[in-house]
Design a protein. Structure first.
Length: 88
């Protein structure tokens, strides 16, 4: 993701002709975006980094559901008692 931000910043600086970026070739300006593309489309799938993130997200969702199943049943009763006590 940093390559995308750097590429966007370089494009803006080149377009506004700020500093030495005004003299740089467009190939140098677009290089970080090409590296970002290579990272997301080639390197992550090659090493399974995208699948690892998906599995971690799935485990986090299951963990959250398990905690809500164990502690969620006691919370609504506790909250309703506090609400009725505060109002009445």
């Amino acid at each position: 993701m940093p390559f995308v931000w750097i590429g966007a910043l370089l494009i803006v600086l080149k377009w506004l002709e700020v500093g030495p970026m005004a003299q740089w070739s467009w190939w140098w300006i677009l290089l970080p975006l090409a590296l970002a593309f290579a990272w997301f489309e080639l390197i992550e799938p090659l090493f399974g980094l995208d699948r690892r993130k998906a599995v971690e997200d799935q485990y986090a969702k299951l963990r959250k559901e398990r905690v809500e199943a164990q502690f969620g049943a006691s919370r609504p009763a506790g909250k309703s008692e506090k609400r009725s006590g505060a109002r009445g």
